[in-house]
Design a protein around this ligand. Structure first.
Ligand code: NAD
Length: 332
């Protein structure tokens, strides 16, 4: 199998590629990967091996039709992770979000259609469903995005599915819960709080911390995406749920404990504009159709993640320094 993976230098895309190159997806130990990434502030070439016999890295933009048409022939499938992914940035300026998360999807699907690449997995998010007080969203729940980020992702989902319907590209869409693990940019909640604590800095907790998120380890998210790639039905949406729900405050307290600090490190900051209260996915379709259940227990995954940041200051200190001056909150 030869795969094009977009956004492959980002948090989840790079985990997906590393697992594939390490032989972590049985039956695909010989898969070849073209890793396409624009290396925005969120992309880091060091997230991937410097060289590997089955990896080719291409520095480029998913909005670049000419590049895609040159690259795609010979590939069996595309896994599309590339996106602008930070809610708070989308509140300050939504333009890049529409460009990449909507225009980039159209560009990619158009190039797949014209070059005859039939299979595409479009990676999306639970945030497209909005916010809910109780219960969980199924794949049939209405789209009700509430931030420029989630609206652009919802629009991208519809564009991707429409290319399947109109042009026969075999598109499946995944919608995953909040994801955590190593190599996540320190602008996001868990790495931001862990690296602040490692630096002895306070934790800027939004509002009253009552917002609830469902969390899944990045390896489990990637495993789900790979199952959808291999056995998911074209034209279908698969929620990647089954994670662990925590209020932001409870998560913060757990991180404080793991880092040997106490609640005096918490600084309440004004809430994010339009902050969604709660996300929760019903993951039964993916479990029943494709047999996916998350394997990394949250407490263990979180402790390992803290240890990874503790052991890799060189990775996050540079990234954090480069983002300094980008004021604004942490993404969840
Ligand atoms: P990330 O921000 O860490 O990585 C995104 C990558 O895309 C970066 O490497 C960036 O350089 C690249 N990129 C951005 N614009 C590009 C363009 N125009 N052309 C090519 N590459 C471009 O994001 P992530 O957390 O790894 O998320 C990956 C995907 O998963 C996204 O589509 C996101 O919406 C989705 N998702 C993320 C989460 C989460 O909690 N992180 C949860 C559910 C779904």
């Amino acid at each position: 199998m030869r795969l094009l993976v977009t956004g492959a230098a980002g948090f989840i895309g790079s985990q997906y590629v590393r697992t594939l190159l390490d032989g972590g997806h049985p039956g695909h130990e010989r898969a070849r990967v073209t890793a396409l990434d624009l290396l925005t502030y969120a992309g880091n070439r060091d997230n991937l091996p410097a060289s590997h016999p089955r990896l080719e890295f291409v520095h480029g933009d998913v909005c670049d039709q000419a590049l895609l048409r040159e690259l795609l022939p010979g590939h069996d499938a595309v896994v599309h992770f590339a996106a602008e992914s930070h809610v708070d940035r989308s509140l300050r300026s939504g333009a890049d979000f529409v460009r990449t998360n909507v225009g980039g999807v159209q560009s990619l699907l158009e190039a797949c259609r014209t070059t005859g690449v039939r299979r595409v997995v479009h990676v999306s998010t639970d945030e497209v469903y909005g916010s809910l007080a109780q219960g969980s969203w199924t794949e049939e729940s209405p789209l009700a995005p509430r931030s420029p980020y989630s609206a652009s992702k919802a629009a991208g989902d519809l564009v991707a599915l429409a290319y399947g319907h109109s042009h026969g590209v075999e598109v499946s869409v995944t919608r995953g819960v909040n994801t955590y693990g190593p190599h996540q940019h320190p602008e996001k909640l868990i790495p931001r709080f862990v690296t602040n604590l490692l630096d002895g800095l306070p934790l800027p907790l939004y509002g009253d911390g009552r917002n609830i998120r469902e969390w899944m380890h990045v390896r489990d998210h990637c495993d789900a995406v790979h199952r959808v790639l291999c056995d998911g039905r074209p034209g279908e949406i698969y929620n990647i749920g089954g994670g662990t729900s925590r209020t932001n405050l409870a998560l913060t307290e757990q991180l404080l404990e793991l880092c040997g600090a106490d609640t005096s490190m918490i600084r309440r900051v004004p809430d994010r504009k339009g902050h969604d209260l709660r996300y929760s996915l019903d993951g039964s379709k993916l479990r029943e159709e494709l047999g996916h259940t998350p394997r990394v227990p949250f407490d263990r995954g979180l402790a390992e993640t803290v240890e990874w940041y503790r052991a890799n200051p060189g990775w996050w200190k540079r990234t954090k320094d480069e983002s300094e001056g980008d004021e604004g909150g942490y993404g969840t």
